[in-house]
Design a protein around this ligand. Structure first.
Ligand SMILES: [Zn+2]
Ligand SMILES: [Zn+2]
Length: 370
């Protein structure tokens, strides 16, 4: 009956240690698990072979029987079947636990009876420019899945109680005969819960869980940036069987400002200055993102595109006492039209600097673009 060499199934020699058996089993079970190989129907068979090989070889007594010969093993196995069923399953759930997050890929049914942490929820919140800057406490609508209040999570209508699943006797698992050995798998009738709801609760339809739109107050820190993730612990979906709730993650969407451009904790603002201000130097007023102005001393001879930094006039750094800077980008604006007197002054300036401004009159110039 034992068609394949169990050691070969695990890729091991007959001298393999318990540790090697366990390591090889984990590796192969993970690689061949049907949920991890949805497009490969042969994976399930390999998975079962691996599982069976492990059931036998990890048990010193069964391993000795197997090593001694198929006949003795067959007889023993027949008697010990009931025990093998449960033992096999506990090994598998142990395997799921040890895989951590990868275990989720295998489906939660195998662990339905264990405490399960609720899933995290991610929502985004739109913020006005000013609110993001100053910080705000805002209410966010969150669709939270939680235990049904009417049936207290049992899924059964008030006055009734869930029945023990007749298919699996409440264990939540069933063994299926494969040749002369048995495999444990979650019960399909009760989906691994061990219980059957005959009259479902009308609030949750028997699921024991409902979705509610909860308004949750979220504190947005001053200086919140676009795309910032704020964690609100314990406000995600409720856990099951005593597991803790997941977390809520709020992602900020901050409205853009027509004048101020955010760069990290700093803001950049473009400020036009006249040719005269740039040449002579001037004290200019710069608008601040929070409102109000700050004075900036422009040095004589400031060039177009020059940037100045006003320390601490940017955004508050989130969760900090410090503030970013305000970066002022100067653009020198040349007057489009000159009054008669202004023209005379500039011509006098040209003469003073030996610049022959009339030379341009001898050459045809065409304007490109605006
Ligand atoms: Zn209910
Ligand atoms: Zn069942």
């Amino acid at each position: 009956m034992e068609t394949k060499d169990l050691y070969k199934v695990l890729g091991l020699s007959r001298e393999a240690s318990q540790d090697e058996i366990r390591r090889s089993y984990r590796k192969l079970a993970r690689a061949n698990h049907p949920d991890a190989n949805p497009d490969d129907p042969s994976a399930e068979n390999r998975f079962k072979e691996v599982q069976h090989a492990y059931e036998v070889l990890s048990n010193p007594e069964k391993r000795r029987e197997y090593d001694e010969g198929p006949r003795s093993f067959f007889n023993q196995q027949g008697r010990a079947q009931g025990q093998a069923r449960t033992a096999g399953f506990s090994d598998v759930s142990d395997l799921f636990e040890s895989f951590g997050s990868f275990g989720d890929v295998f489906g939660s049914s195998a662990r339905a009876t264990a405490a399960t942490r609720g899933k995290d929820i991610r929502v985004s919140v739109n913020l006005k420019f000013k609110d993001a800057l100053s910080g705000v406490t805002t209410r966010v609508g969150v669709p939270v899945e939680e235990g049904c209040g009417q049936c207290r999570g049992s899924g059964a209508a008030p006055g009734t109680t869930p029945k023990t699943c007749p298919e699996c006797g409440g264990r939540g698992t069933k063994s299926r005969d494969q040749g002369f050995f048995a495999l444990s798998e979650p019960c399909s009738r009760c989906e691994g819960s061990g219980r059957i709801v005959e009259t479902p609760c009308n609030q949750c339809g028997g699921a024991g869980r409902v979705r509610r739109n909860r308004q949750i107050a979220v504190k947005i820190p001053a200086g919140a940036k676009d795309g910032m993730r704020i964690r609100v612990p314990g406000r995600g979906h409720a856990g099951q069987k005593g597991g803790q709730a997941g977390d809520l993650f709020v992602v900020t969407r901050v409205e853009e400002h027509p004048v101020f451009e955010r760069r990290g904790d700093d803001f950049v603002v473009g400020v036009p200055v006249s040719v005269v201000e740039a040449a002579l130097g001037a004290e200019i007023q710069i608008p601040r993102p929070e409102g109000g102005t700050v004075r900036l001393r422009l040095p004589a001879g400031t060039q177009n595109g020059k940037q100045f930094k006003v320390r601490g006039a940017g955004a508050s750094k989130p969760r900090s006492e410090e503030s970013g800077d305000l970066i002022v980008r100067v653009s020198v604006v040349v007057p489009r039209k000159l009054k008669k007197r202004e023209r005379e002054i500039l011509e006098a300036l040209a003469e003073e600097r030996d610049e022959d401004v009339r030379a341009g009159l001898f050459r045809e110039v065409g304007e490109v673009g605006a």
